[in-house]
Design a protein around this ligand. Structure first.
Ligand code: KG4
Ligand code: ZN
Length: 354
């Protein structure tokens, strides 16, 4: 029987099999990651090889450099993950891989690696959306969490409010009209001379500053569930450039703090509006910016005021990793979704509700 016919049969059987072990691969940006996850919730191994130190030298991710390093690292990361899990390749029921969104060259390394593994092991190949993976991170950290809930998706590429009606049923209520909030953090960090990745460094610097800088900015799109961050980004960049041109002193920590408060306020205001509109009592945070302590603090407080509860992944599952891909892949399998054949390729963008 040819590979895909066999994979289809095995995929059908996995929809009801008691225990499902997924080997997952993630290479969408600058982390090479492999995980082994049982039944979507139990992480047996989660190995992440970060290229941050390499890309720091360039002030951001260089796509070609990322792809080459994924190739160098991926076999070692797989072997480490297998060793940590105590499992062998023969124990694996399915191979899951991020096929988008992300850097196409980087994604292709993971996609081809996963295809090869799935073919050699004669198990189904599951094509996973990176953004769904970020939501899946929460199922690992909160064992009892189940949809329906409202999700605030704040990754480097996406800023959106998503109604998660079921494990694989996503409805976008609002998204960004221009930049993502992560891009905005990264750009502001750059203009303040902070190293890549910008988000965590802004958060760190903001702790020593005050919320006392007035930028030439007013929040657009009031009342709607869509976001806009390019105006805020430009206002902060202009503020810093003007100060530098005039040789006027200013506190970078105060700029970081004031910017962060505005960005978080924009996210929190729209999130509260969506909670009220939908009546949702559970708010789930997903994506790298969700690692921000101030954002978590503010949203947890807002949720409490509205009689709801906030959920966020443990920090190690918040930024890119493969365990989150293995988690959501389990729910794809249960829903009969995501089975891919060997023509699977990488895509730079994906629809959250696709
Ligand atoms: O979800 P993610 O790891 O990758 C994508 O899927 O894009 O998100 C990366 C983004 C970057 O913009 C990074 O600066 C931001 O998440 N980030 C943070 C923090 N940690 C990571 N932003 C604000 N505060 C943080 N602590
Ligand atoms: Zn991500």
């Amino acid at each position: 029987m040819d590979y895909f016919e066999l994979a289809k049969q095995k995929f059908e059987a996995l929809r009801t099999k008691k225990d499902v072990l997924v080997l997952s691969v993630e290479s969408s940006c600058d982390e090479t990651a492999v995980a082994l996850v049982k039944n979507g919730r139990e992480v047996l191994a989660n190995i992440v090889s970060s290229q941050i130190d390499i890309h720091k030298l360039f002030g951001g991710v260089v796509p070609e450099v990322a792809s080459r390093n994924h190739i160098k690292n991926i076999t070692g990361v797989l072997n480490e993950a297998l060793a940590e899990s105590g499992k062998t390749l023969q124990d694996v029921d399915a191979v899951a891989v991020t096929y988008g969104a992300g850097l196409v060259g980087a994604l292709l390394v993971g996609v081809n690696f996963a295809k090869t593994l799935a073919y050699a092991l004669k198990v189904p190949l599951i094509a996973v959306s990176h953004v769904h993976g970020h939501i899946g991170a929460n199922y690992i950290s909160h064992k009892d969490l189940e949809p329906p809930f409202l999700c605030l998706m704040v990754s480097g590429g996406h800023t959106a409010l998503v109604q998660v009606k079921d494990f694989c049923d996503f409805h976008v209520l609002g998204s960004t009209a221009d930049d993502s909030v992560g891009e905005c953090f990264d750009k502001v960090a750059r203009v303040l001379g902070l190293s890549y990745p910008g988000g965590p460094n802004i958060e760190k610097l903001a702790r020593t500053g005050k919320n006392n800088v007035k930028f030439n900015y007013s929040c657009p799109l009031g009342g709607s569930l869509d976001f806009s961050f390019s105006g805020l980004k430009t206002a902060v960049v202009n503020f810093v450039h003007t100060k530098e041109q005039k040789n006027e002193e200013f506190s970078k920590a105060d700029v970081a703090n004031s910017f962060q408060e505005l960005a978080i306020d924009e996210l929190a205001t729209k999130t509260a509006l969506a909670l009220k509109k939908t009546g949702a009592k559970k708010l789930v945070i997903a994506g790298g910016v969700g690692a921000n302590g101030r954002l978590r603090e503010r949203l947890a407080l807002d949720c409490e005021k509205l009689g709801g509860k906030m959920y966020a992944p443990d920090l190690k599952f918040c930024t890119d990793n493969a365990a989150m891909i293995g988690s959501i892949a389990f729910y794809y399998i249960r829903a009969g979704k995501g089975l891919a054949d060997l023509t699977l390729t990488a895509v730079p963008t994906v629809r959250i509700d696709g």
